[in-house]
Every structure is written in structure tokens, then in C-alpha cells.
Design a protein around this ligand. Structure first.
Ligand SMILES: NC(=O)c1ccc[n+]([C@@H]2O[C@H](COP(=O)([O-])OP(=O)(O)OC[C@H]3O[C@@H](n4cnc5c(N)ncnc54)[C@H](OP(=O)(O)O)[C@@H]3O)[C@@H](O)[C@H]2O)c1
Length: 333
């Protein structure tokens, strides 16, 4: 049955892609409400050939909504999500607000689709983008042969910080070419011709909060509270698509050939691994694509037999956010 859907944060990087995903996946939408801040009220958004007018989101905006897709920051989600649930909607939230709440399932449809049934307060959380991209590629291997430890380093695109960050990368690239001074406002440092530890704030143990999300959220999604996961998350001057170098330790031996076969058959994964041509996934391969691209499948020579290394690239606005959220919504209809 068609649903009344709301997209909150529709003018942002994720909100825009949610509209595209609903349209191209032919999601059964009855009525679509598009909301953002007061700044965007009155703008129009195209959906299925019609112009929809953006309204300012408020606690009383959700009457009649069945599914509310939140594409706003955590503080705003904490304001709007309970109001949407109270009005009768199921919320699928892209922010970090509810991810570790035991009453809220944290779902990657290729990994733990049945978790949606455990929803206790009307909110399903969409995991962190780097976590989703890693989990889609690691889960099929873990299902066959338990992974006991993951060491991951990320190379995260500017768009992970939203539309203003994309505009800043483009503008500072122009400034660099023209020899003008570079004045970052969204990022704490110059990103063009540079990279830095992810701008997500350091926690007490010296890890940034994105790194701790990769550890804690993976444990929750995999149902593996003891899994050892250590991440280093880095922002790089790429517009779109997060890449990750992933080292896996298995309980039993796993050869690169076996891993490759498993990954070639895995949902949501595309293997791109041509050793002869030294060709592996690049951000431009994965941009605008639904699949997580996996390559450089090789033995971890520091852990012969039980260790594997992977290189993955995934469109974090799509699979890391909007697409994953719409796939969760598909589980509800
Ligand atoms: N970008 C990614 O790759 C990515 C990946 C995974 C998860 N996420 C998460 O997804 C959420 C959205 O991120 P984004 O990258 O799309 O950010 P963004 O491009 O900065 O967009 C933010 C959206 O929130 C709206 N907004 C801001 N204040 C609001 C308010 N008071 N009431 C209603 N709407 C308000 C903005 O509307 P205006 O245009 O009117 O300001 C805009 O539509 C965040 O929680 C982010 O952490 C992002």
C-alpha cells in the first residue's frame, strides 16, 4: 500500500538523494511532504515531474505521515523524530541521535534486515556512512568465517560534511588555482591539496567520534559485542565517495580466492580487482552508484592464512545514507 512520506532536510546532500532514490526505486509514495529550515521555505523540489513546495519543519508538521525520513543533524532529529512518532509515523533517522539507543534498531538491509522488527519506539536508525560501507563488504565474509578483528583507515570525501562542505571544496579549489587566499569556514583546515583527521571531534581515548562510531555501530549491527574494531578516519579532498583500507583477522584460514568468490556473489557489492592492470576502485567509479566497490583483495602478509586486506569505495551519500534509508523504508511496506 502506498505511504505518506516526509523528507526532512530535503535541501541537503542526503535529502536530495532521498528524493532521487524514492523516485528511481519507484517507492510507493501516496503523498510526499518536503521540509527543511525556514531558510528554504517556499523553494520547490521536483518529484515525479511535479513541483513540491518546501515547508519549514516543525513538531506539528507530521500529521498523516506514515514514514518520516530524517536528513538533518542530531539535535534537529531529537526535536522532530519524537514528534513524528507521536503523530503516528515510523522515523528512519540518518543522524547519530538514536544509533546506539537499545530501543532503536540500527539497520543495514544487506546485513540485519530482521532487526527492523525489534523497533520499540518508532525510530529506526541509519548507521554512520563509513560504517555502512565497511559492513556491506565485511559481512558476507564474516558470515562464512568469523572476523575477530578489523583495522580500518578511511579516506572520506568532503560531501560527508554536507552541501556547504561540497561548496567549500569547490570554491577553495578555484581559489587555489587562481592563487587567492584560502579561507575555510565549514572545515577547520584547508582541504584542497591537504588532508586531516576527520572533523568530528576527539573523544577521551584519543579516537575521533567517527572512529568510535565505526567500532560501536559495527558491533551493534553484526550482533558481535566483542568484535575488535579500530579505525583511523581521515578527510581527503575528494568531492564524493568514501574509500577505506580494511585489514581483517579471521578465526579460521580464508584465502583471497575464496574471499573474492564470496564477495562476487554478495548483495550490494561489486568486485573491481584487476591485478594485471593495477586497477582497483576509485571514488569516480563508485560516485552515483548503489554498490560498494571492493578491490585489492589480498593476503595480509603480516598474518599469513588468517588475514586479508581489502580496499573499498562507496558512495556515502547514497549507500552510506539516502539509499540505505530508502531500503529500510522498503522493508516496512
Ligand atoms: N553527507 C553525508 O554523506 C552523510 C552520510 C551519512 C549521514 N549523514 C547525516 O545525514 C544528515 C544530513 O546531512 P547532510 O550531509 O545532508 O547535511 P546538509 O547538506 O548540511 O543538509 C542539512 C539539511 O538540514 C536542514 N536543516 C538545517 N536546520 C534545520 C532545521 N532547524 N529544521 C529543519 N531542517 C533543517 C537543511 O535545510 P536548509 O537548506 O534550509 O538549511 C538541509 O536541508 C546529518 O545528520 C548527517 O550526519 C550525512
Amino acid at each position: 500500500m502506498a505511504k505518506n512520506v516526509a523528507v526532512v532536510g530535503v535541501t541537503g546532500a542526503v535529502g536530495q538523494e532521498m528524493i532521487n532514490c524514492l523516485e528511481r526505486r519507484n517507492f510507493p509514495v501516496n503523498e510526499l511532504k518536503v521540509m527543511a529550515s525556514a531558510r528554504s521555505a517556499g523553494k520547490t523540489i521536483k518529484f515525479r515531474g511535479k513541483d513540491l513546495t518546501v515547508t519549514e519543519a516543525a513538531a506539528d508538521s507530521f500529521a498523516g505521515v506514515d514514514i518520516a525520513l530524517m536528513a538533518v543533524e542530531a539535535d534537529q532529529s531529537r526535536e522532530f523524530s519524537p514528534a513524528a512518532v507521536k503523530a503516528g509515523a515510523v522515523v528512519i533517522d540518518n543522524s547519530s541521535a538514536y544509533r546506539m539507543d537499545p530501543a532503536c534498531p540500527l539497520v543495514v538491509p544487506e546485513v540485519n534486515p530482521r532487526a527492523v522488527k525489534e523497533m520499540k519506539k518508532g525510530i529506526i536508525a541509519n548507521p554512520n556512512c563509513s560504517t555502512i560501507i565497511m559492513n556491506v563488504s565485511v559481512w558476507p565474509l564474516h558470515k562464512v568465517n568469523s572476523v575477530s578483528r578489523i583495522i580500518v583507515s578511511t579516506y572520506q570525501a568532503a560531501s560527508g560534511s554536507g552541501k556547504p562542505a561540497m561548496d567549500e571544496l569547490a570554491e577553495t579549489a578555484r581559489a587555489w588555482v587562481e592563487g587567492r587566499p584560502i579561507e575555510p569556514k565549514v572545515f577547520p583546515y584547508q582541504l584542497v591539496m591537504n588532508l586531516f583527521s576527520l572533523n568530528s571531534g576527539l573523544t577521551d581515548n584519543g579516537y575521533n567520534s567517527e572512529e568510535m562510531k565505526m567500532t560501536n555501530e559495527t558491533r551493534k549491527i553484526f550482533g558481535a559485542p566483542g568484535m575488535m574494531v579500530a579505525a583511523t578516519c581521515v578527510r581527503v579532498p575528494v568531492m564524493r565517495v568514501h574509500c577505506e583500507s580494511i585489514a581483517l583477522e579471521f578465526e579460521k584460514p580464508m584465502s583471497p580466492e575464496e574471499a573474492r568468490k564470496i564477495l562476487e556473489a554478495a548483495p550490494g557489492v561489486k568486485v573491481l580487482d584487476d591485478r594485471a592492470k593495477n586497477r582497483s576502485p576509485q571514488p569516480l567509479d563508485a560516485a552515483g552508484r548503489d554498490d560498494v566497490f571492493v578491490g585489492r583483495i589480498r593476503e595480509d602478509i603480516s598474518l599469513p592464512g588468517r588475514g586479508l586486506m581489502l580496499w573499498v569505495a562507496g558512495d556515502q551519500i547514497l549507500k552510506g545514507a539516502a539509499l540505505n534509508a530508502v531500503q529500510i523504508a522498503e522493508l516496512l511496506v
